[in-house]
Structures are given as structure tokens and as C-alpha cells.
Design a protein around this ligand. Structure first.
Ligand code: UD1
Length: 344
């Protein structure tokens, strides 16, 4: 019997790539999305890659009755929860909107999972929970730092909500097992160029800003800060290929469904372990794609940390997962996706 995985936010950037990998690994996937922050491009791309119409429920997980009805109406073996707002700056301006949406939707997922016998919950967390780390690379044991934005706070709070739920249900018939995946900086697109990142308005993140500048939608990329205490003065991050990242979910789901977890709630860093500076990333993009990018140095962006990258040893050893793609391959995929969007 095939197992069914519910992917909330399955039409988004990460959710769509995860759906493809799950189906290709032999799982049935039910996509649920309210399309509040995306259109149907990625959903259609997923169907095109997989060569079939994927089951889709248009719904908002903030609607508790709808969440309950979804779990009541389907046999769901595991749920991966992506449905959330994710813009750091917007969360500072509209904290209540972020707290309501990101917390309420996750609470509703957990309530419905408990009520209808779904025991496996995977939450999409973020390296943002480590704040400005004292030591790099960060392991899962590195302390969480106070969040610098409501967005970051919702990630920490959802981690706690899952942990507490796991603890309170242990050994009961409503038992919930949890996995928290802490993503570093997901970038790139599917090699088919049929799904990828689709930011609304002006992109906040580096790679979509690079590709939009290269295609001519943006005038010039600003590199935020060249006076950081790093080799070239720009920030260091751990850029993880979106397909590699998606595959980590397959390993995590399998671990849950096969009863291989070593405790009720497990945490894994999902990164490459390889620090790359902003300048290195820009240079790599130009070189691998043979395009010249218009960029300038600009003042630091408020809230940015100097350097963070993962120690992915735990995920490598326990999940049997490892990031495989080079930054160059990933940047080539991001560029192919941007060109396809532009019809070039
Ligand atoms: C942010 C969030 C993170 C979230 C991730 C993906 C925080 C502190 N960070 O990470 O939680 O998971 O986005 O959505 O909450 N840069 C430029 N010019 C630009 C854009 C970015 O120089 O136009 C630089 C930034 O200063 C940074 C690097 O590029 O050094 C990466 O920035 P970005 O892609 O926005 O990701 P993070 O801020 O690392």
C-alpha cells in the first residue's frame, strides 16, 4: 500500500519541489494550498513533470473546520507543513498577520492530525532560529538565539509547538512524531525549468534578485555590505540546491514512516556545510551562465548576520542524505528558470 503524504503549501517554491521528489520516490501526495502567495505556475509545472494531474485541495489551514475535514476525508500517513508567510521585512510591519497565519495554521494541522490518526508531522523550520551564531558551522545543538523578526519568531514558536505536542502525546493513541528540518538558504530550480521560485514584487532574497537583474527586470543588484569581517567583506551563507533540499524531505518522511526515529521529535540541519560569500555567488553566477551582472556595493541590510553555515553531519549520518549539487549547477538551473519565465 502506498503511503499518502499531505503537503500543505504544496504549490509554493519548496512545496512543489518536495512534491515531485516524493512522488518519484513512490509516495502518493495530496497538495493543499490557498494560493495566497503564489499562482498556479508551480502546480502546473509539478503536473507536467510527473505527467499526471496531482490531487489538489484549495484551502486555508487557518480555517480549523477545513483542516479537520481534510484529515477526516483522506487517509493521511504524514504531513509536511509549508503553508506560511515568509517575508522577513513584511513580518516586522505586520506582526499580527504573521503570528495569526503561521501559528494558527500549524496548530490546526496538529489538531486535525491528532484527531484523525495521522502520527507523522514534518515542519519546515529555518536556520534563522540560530540568529547570529557564536560558532560556525552550526550543529543542531547550537543554541537558538532570540528571533530578530516576527517571521523568525514564528519558526521558533512552531518548533516549540511541535515539541510540546510530541511530548504530550507520547505513548497515547494520538501519538505525534515530529521532525524539524532547519533549512539554510534554498536556491535554484528544478532541472526541467518547469518549477522554481516566483517572488511577488521586488525580491528580498539574493538569487531571485540576481536572476531578475540579469534578465533586465531590475536595474542593478545591491550587495548589502562589504565591510563584514569575512575574507572579501561580504556575508557568508550556506546555499542549498532546492532539489537537494527537497530530497532531504523524502529521507525524513521515510524515517518517520518506517519507525526509524530515535526520539519523538528530531531536528536536522539541511545545508551543504559549505560557506559561500555574496561576492563569490555573484561571480559564480556570471561565470557559469556567461552573463555580466550589473551590481554595486550598498550599505549593510538591517538584521543580516555576518556568517552562518550548517554542519550537516547529523542529516548525513542519520537520514543518509547529502547535498550533491554544486553551486554552479544550482545557479545554472536558477538562470534557466528565469529565462523560461521571460520566454527566452
Ligand atoms: C533570509 C531569512 C531566512 C529565510 C531565507 C529564505 C532571516 C535572518 N533570514 O535569509 O530565515 O529562510 O531568507 O527566504 O530571517 N543580499 C544582497 N543583496 C540582495 C539580497 C540579499 O546582498 O539584494 C545578501 C544578504 O545581505 C545576505 C545574502 O545576500 O548576506 C542572502 O540574503 P537572502 O537571500 O535574503 O537570505 P538570508 O537573509 O540569509
Amino acid at each position: 500500500m502506498k503511503k499518502t503524504v499531505l503537503v500543505s503549501g504544496g504549490a509554493g517554491f519548496i512545496g512543489s519541489h518536495v512534491t515531485v521528489e516524493l512522488v518519484q520516490a513512490g509516495y502518493d501526495v495530496l497538495i493543499a494550498d490557498n494560493f495566497s502567495n503564489c499562482d498556479e505556475t508551480n502546480y502546473k509545472g509539478v503536473c507536467a513533470i510527473l505527467g499526471k494531474e496531482m490531487p489538489l485541495v484549495k484551502m486555508d489551514f487557518c480555517d480549523a473546520a477545513a483542516a479537520d475535514a481534510l484529515f477526516a476525508g483522506h487517509k493521511i500517513d504524514a504531513v509536511i507543513h509549508f503553508a506560511a508567510f515568509k517575508a522577513v521585512g513584511e513580518s516586522v510591519e505586520k506582526p499580527l498577520m504573521y503570528y495569526r497565519n503561521n501559528l494558527e495554521s500549524f496548530i490546526n494541522v496538529l489538531e486535525a492530525a491528532k484527531a484523525h490518526g495521522c502520527h507523522n508531522v514534518l515542519f519546515s523550520s529555518s536556520a534563522t532560529v540560530y540568529g547570529e551564531p557564536e560558532k560556525v558551522p552550526v550543529t543542531e545543538e547550537s543554541p537558538r538565539q532570540p528571533a530578530t523578526s516576527p517571521y523568525g519568531n514564528t519558526k521558533q514558536m512552531c518548533e516549540d509547538i511541535l515539541n510540546d505536542t510530541v511530548r504530550s502525546t507520547e505513548g497515547s493513541k494520538e501519538e505525534i512524531r515530529g521532525i524539524l528540518l532547519r533549512y539554510f538558504n534554498p536556491i535554484g530550480a528544478h532541472p526541467s525549468a518547469l518549477i522554481g521560485e516566483l517572488p511577488r514584487g521586488v525580491p528580498n532574497n539574493l538569487v531571485p534578485f540576481i536572476t531578475q537583474t540579469a534578465i533586465g527586470r531590475r536595474e542593478c543588484l545591491s550587495i548589502f555590505g562589504n565591510d563584514y569581517p569575512t575574507a572579501d567583506g561580504t556575508c557568508l551563507r550556506d546555499y542549498i540546491d532546492i532539489v537537494d533540499l527537497a530530497k532531504a524531505h523524502v529521507y525524513a518522511v521515510r524515517r518517520m514512516l518506517e519507525g526509524k526515529m530515535k526520539k519523538g521529535c528530531e531536528v536536522f540541519n539541511v545545508g551543504t556545510g559549505r560557506p559561500v560569500s555574496v561576492l563569490e555567488l555573484v561571480n559564480a553566477f556570471e561565470k557559469v551562465n556567461g552573463v555580466k551582472l550589473n551590481w554595486k556595493f550598498a550599505p549593510r541590510r538591517a538584521g543580516d548576520v555576518t556568517a552562518i553555515w550548517a554542519d550537516p553531519t547529523l542529516a548525513n549520518n542519520e537520514l543518509g542524505w547529502k547535498a550533491e549539487r554544486s553551486v554552479e549547477q544550482t545557479l545554472a538551473a536558477a538562470w534557466a528558470w528565469e529565462k523560461r519565465l521571460a520566454g527566452k
